[in-house]
Design a protein. Structure first.
Length: 329
């Protein structure tokens, strides 16, 4: 089984529809480990679980205090069998879409290394700790504007290629927001009515690579137009990989449970500029650091670039960034 949130949703629905004969109703994930099958399960309370089989003698370090999910050792026994599982459970039903994306990644990692199922489960939980901590806040207005800009570009790509969700790498914390072959595209958005200054995060964001790097700047007018949930709905209707898009949204900090909050903030695209990032463009890159200005001991280097400055203005190009990204990669 691949990491498909839609498929997991179907399995949980199938499990819930079964007649209860024990504490759990289960549906087979079609994923075998040395200790048995992985199951999508529904507790008699209605709570969703992912059951990862473990050896009966396995000492599992439990986590029962999680606000979003819990991990417990669970024994399922009947007249003919005795099975022990690492039971990953959804603790807060408001975070159902996050749990689905989390379980999809757990399943994908176990499928890659079935002999290390518990390690894969543990590593995924560690990687997702910030989202699972319960301390996260809804996206701020500036974060929402940034996501709107990226989704605006993604929607335009989908008009040419239904599989373009695969190019959206921003949520995975890559240096740029979109990658395809040798092409990279970074999107910067602002809701300011006058500023042309953008914030660059790290020396790698405008580093580029062996191919072409484009920077697309989007000015948004708040208070009118469409919301991020509107764009999400449109993209879901256009993409051929809804599960991957849902997973990327979660990594980007967008949860469907907060849809009502985000629906209140609309944006209208009023201006788009595209720049070719290369020699002469104002930026900080590793190759430009000299003498003792090395990366050793340096971290979190953020800086501002004025797109109205002469060097930046000279790098402006009159191209459709989406067309260039899809056709020139």
């Amino acid at each position: 089984m691949t990491a498909d949130g839609t498929r997991l949703e179907e399995l949980w629905s199938a499990a819930a529809a079964k007649q209860p004969v024990s504490l759990f109703r289960t549906a087979d994930c079609d994923l075998m480990t040395p200790h048995g099958q992985v199951f999508a399960a529904v507790h008699d309370t209605g709570a969703r679980y992912l059951l990862v089989p473990i050896d009966a003698k396995h000492t599992l370090k439990e986590d029962v205090d999680g606000r979003a999910v819990t991990l417990r050792r669970q024994v399922l026994e009947d007249d003919t069998s005795y099975n022990v599982y690492a039971a990953l459970a959804l603790a807060d039903d408001r975070l159902r879409d996050l749990f689905t994306a989390l379980c999809a990644e757990v399943v994908e990692r176990i499928a890659a290394k079935p002999n290390q199922a518990v390690a894969a489960l543990r590593q995924t939980l560690a990687d997702w700790r910030s989202l699972l901590s319960g301390s996260r806040q809804p996206l701020s207005p500036s974060e929402l504007a940034g996501l709107f800009g990226e989704l605006t570009v993604l929607r335009a790509m989908l008009e040419h290629d239904p599989g373009a969700v695969a190019f959206w790498t921003g949520p995975t914390k890559s240096e740029q927001d979109f990658h395809r072959a040798g092409m990279a595209l970074e999107v910067k958005s602002t809701a300011s009515l006058e500023s042309h200054t953008i914030r660059i995060h790290g020396v790698g964001q405008l580093e580029g690579g062996p191919g072409r790097l484009l920077l697309t700047w989007v000015r948004l007018r708040p208070g009118r137009g469409r919301s991020v949930p509107d764009l999400v709905d449109e993209i879901l209707a256009m993409t051929d990989d809804q599960a991957a898009f849902h997973a990327a949204l979660v990594l980007a900090g967008y949860l469907e449970t907060e849809r009502e909050i985000y629906s209140r903030r609309a944006f209208e695209v009023t201006e788009i500029r595209t720049f070719e990032v290369g020699p002469g463009f104002p930026r900080i890159i590793v190759a430009g650091l000299t003498e003792d200005a090395t990366l050793a001991g340096l971290d979190n280097i953020d800086y501002d670039v004025d797109l109205e400055s002469a060097p930046a203005a000279a790098a402006r190009v009159d191209v459709d960034p989406v067309k260039a990204f899809l056709e020139l990669a």
